[in-house]
Design a protein. Sequence first.
Lengths: 256, 321
Amino acid sequence: MPTPLTTNDLAVSIAGKRVCRGLNLAIERGQCWGILGRNGIGKTTLLHTLAGLHAPDAGAIHLEEQPLNHLPRRHIAQSIGVLFQHSEDPFPSTVLETALIGRHPYLKAWDWESEEDRTLARQALAAVRMDGMAFRQTGTLSGGERQRLAIATLLTQDPQLLLLDEPANHLDLHHQITLLDLLVRQTRERGKALLMIGHDLNLTARYCDHVLMLFGDGETMQGKLSQILTEENLTRLYGHPIQCFAVGGKRVFVPE
Amino acid sequence: MRKRFLLPCLLLLSVASVVLALAFGSVTIRWPELWAVINGAGGLNRSLVLNLRLPRAASAFATGGLLALAGALMQVLLRNPLADPYILGISGGAAVGALLSMLAGAGGAWLTGSAFGGALLSMLLVFTLAHGHGSWTPSRLLLTGVVCAAGWGAVISFILAISPDAQLRGMLFWLMGDLSHADDPWPGLMVLALGVVACLPLARNLNVLARGELQASALGVAIAPLRWQVYLIASLLTAVAVTLAGSVGFIGLIVPHLLRLAIGNDQRLLLPAAVLLGGSLLTVADTLARTVAAPQQLPVGVITALLGVPVFLYLLQRSHR
């Protein structure tokens, strides 16, 4: 099976600031990648570039060995799903309607959502424990509930490659663990691939097997989590001393 | 359930509004007489109903439908529930065209043509300016449109100030929205039908666009062509409506709102429903405009504003509870 996502000599910048250059990534099936870096270093821009939502300065991105910039958006949306940091809803809408828009890439212009699509959306809502709220207005949801709904929409879309921008945002500890458990388990069991931006090193250590660090001015470092996620690299990455302890067989990272 | 019965109910409402418009006016025609005319009876009633009231009712329906559809599209395009068909200055351009031709003493086709020309000019101006170097955010479009509208407003005031008194009344009626010269409904009805046909296949894309351009793009919507299509369709619908009846306020703002409160924001239902409800409301408003102060006729824009303001404020109050 083709590699879900590869980049060749990718250079990305935003507002005159270099995010990465000469980046060669190969995201394989079953892998979970963590993207780490300071605020404003360009993690979100890189994620959007990988989803085809931001044009790179140079280099190529291939989705299942096809050049991303030549694929129609609808085709991309059947393979890549993005969890954004912010959601907009200026108009009233129910929870179920919101989850159902995840089926949009699969429907033709005149199609209405089928019973099957509704079942998928309801299963996704059940997976994030929102099945009792299908007809709530999204305007009445809390920040954490909104985030769970966004994850349910992504589950309804059911893409092969999940690009998550701070998935743990607004979630309480219980939901951080159950939802990331679910996404990572799906990724490994069903041969998907996952990239997530996050600031919680312990969540990254718990769920990711690979890490990409953005140091600024285009410098990056990537590799297996066990080799990359070290006190030395992290201290340099954040410009803040960070220590690693072993607690109950797990590595725990603590800032000084 | 509410959703399933919505369109049939609105269809009935549309028929009822047109029947009402045929029956009432300076002379009231009772149901048996109206029924006789529909069945082919001749006489004075026949020419009154078929030559005077029917074209005007059809024009009112077309104008209302065009404005409500354009309003619903503009609101999604700008992702702003306060947007209306005139927000981007299209009516201002049309008004300047119309007033200039009135000032020159030209009427009829000249007036219609120059109003439509003004609307198109305004539409191209806003589109070109907002497009700039390729970045085209809703807020940039909105600001460009609002500033252009203010510019047109100044030109309108200037024309009014230098116009002779004899022409002011006609100009003011045009500015407030008036259907008394709208005797050929066909262009409006055809454009309305074409507009609905062009919008319906885009409706689900618009549902996704309503949740933001990034999200829509990530869900497979090609944003740039969609934005362009919606802007073009909404502008043309508005231009035709303004050409038919001048600037009639509130229909384009209030109809999509009313429907959203009733059925939510699914454009596949909302767009056709907006056409029917907007058409019915303006037909009823025009019937009121003809009868309230009969034999004098009021500009229909006055009626829509007088009805629209309290209804809108009431809905706004209720929705916050």
